[in-house]
Design a protein around this ligand. Structure first.
Ligand code: NAD
Ligand code: IPM
Ligand code: MN
Length: 356
């Protein structure tokens, strides 16, 4: 079986973490009898520098032909002043939209070995296993907006949040289906006490839930959810929410694992899946070789699982990560005295060695 993988390293720490993940992916594929052909393409700031556009046609054509895509991160302060239509982040938004990637799965797991990494108490985080299902093709990210301009003598700008029933139904159905393979519990998160779009979200969520009588669905306001996630995270199984709320809650959930460098994601739709860590390009540590590659390596595991049904290979990558952490190896973000501090490359190599 020969499969085409498009790599998009992007900016900042992107190239460093993608290199580590590519090596892991290559070994995992070989073990499961899949042959990968890799193609590397530009997006984000790197593409702006080369082609004056964050998402070149060549990259778009390549991802459309691909069987799966692995992305590092885009953006950085050097592109903060470019016009809004060609910001580096537009590359990610464009890829998600063009490929119809409407569901973003962000698993947050805290195995016992990592329980003392968090700033939260170990007994609060040990055993956490939450799946955040973030709607990825709608909401305020893609609503009508007006960039800052003068309106009646005052500078103004606006963005709009809008959801349609079909958009809500498809993400809720997906959340209920994945809950069936987990603990059959879905928490739908909204702001229905204030927002009209959230009231439609809540009503539709309740109706979709009736199609899944073996799944328990609760509704929670997003402000309370933000608090509950750090107060008692073990109450959650699947959390399903809008594009913006999912973005914010998943960075918050990263604290349970000790570092945002730990969290992977899978963006799924009808075409090829796109896999990326949830963090950004980390300009503050870029080029130093100290970034944590685990979020990207775990994204490679999700790629094996969701794009190729290679459950064994995915499990082996996840086990290799856990074994490396259990052996006391850490990148700087998770380092504690008495453990072994490794560079990005060394951590990648350890995980590779532990992949068996
Ligand atoms: P960020 O996630 O890049 O960094 C936040 C903090 O977490 C920083 O202190 C950083 O050093 C640390 N961090 C992030 N990833 C890490 C890793 N793998 N290992 C160790 N530490 C890590 O968020 P930001 O600083 O708000 O954004 C920087 C740029 O990245 C912005 O341009 C933003 O738009 C972009 N961004 C891109 C993506 C993406 O490409 N998917 C996601 C988020 C942010
Ligand atoms: C993420 C990022 C992106 C988002 C940005 C870079 C557009 O923060 O993937 O979480 O907001 O979706
Ligand atoms: Mn984010």
């Amino acid at each position: 079986m020969n499969k085409q993988i498009v790599l998009i390293p992007g900016d900042g720490i992107g190239p460093e973490i993608i290199a580590a993940a590519q090596a892991v992916l290559t070994k995992a594929a070989a073990k499961s009898g899949i042959q990968f052909t890799f193609e590397t393409h530009l997006a984000g700031g790197a593409a702006i520098d080369a082609y004056d556009t964050p998402l070149p046609g060549k990259t778009l054509a390549a991802v459309r032909r691909a069987d799966a895509i692995l992305l590092g991160a885009v953006g950085g302060p050097q592109w903060d002043q470019v016009s809004p239509e060609i910001r580096p982040e537009k590359a990610i938004l464009g890829l998600r939209k063009e490929l119809g990637l409407y569901a973003n799965l962000r698993p947050v797991r805290v195995p016992a070995v990592t329980a003392n990494y968090s700033t939260l108490k170990p007994e609060i985080v040990t055993g956490v296993d939450v799946l955040i299902v973030r709607e990825l093709n709608g909401g305020i990210y893609y609503g009508e907006r007006m960039e800052a301009g003068m309106v009646e003598g005052r500078e103004q700008a606006w963005d709009t949040e809008s959801y349609s029933r079909p958009e809500i139904e498809r993400i809720l159905r997906l959340a209920c289906q994945v809950a069936r393979k987990r603990r059959n519990k879905v928490t739908s998160v909204d702001k229905a006490n204030v927002l009209a779009s959230s009231r439609l979200w809540r009503k539709t969520a309740g109706q979709v839930a009736q199609e899944y009588d073996d799944v328990r669905i609760d509704h929670m306001y997003v402000d309370n959810c933000a608090m509950q996630l750090v107060l008692s995270p073990k109450q959650f199984d699947v959390v399903v929410t809008s594009n913006l709320f999912g973005d914010i809650l998943s960075d918050e959930a990263a604290v349970l694992t000790g570092s945002i460098g730990m969290l992977p994601s899978a963006s799924l739709g009808d075409g090829p899946g796109l896999y990326e860590p949830i963090h950004g390009s980390a300009p503050d540590i870029a080029g130093q070789g100290i970034a944590n590659p685990i979020g990207t390596i775990l994204s490679a595991a999700l790629l094996m699982r969701h794009s190729f049904g290679a459950e064994a290979a995915a499990g082996q990558i996840e086990a290799a990560v856990e074994r490396s952490l259990a052996d006391g190896y850490r990148t700087a973000d998770l380092y504690q005295p008495g453990l072994t501090k490794l560079s990005t490359e060394e951590m990648g190599r350890k995980i590779l060695e532990n992949l068996r």
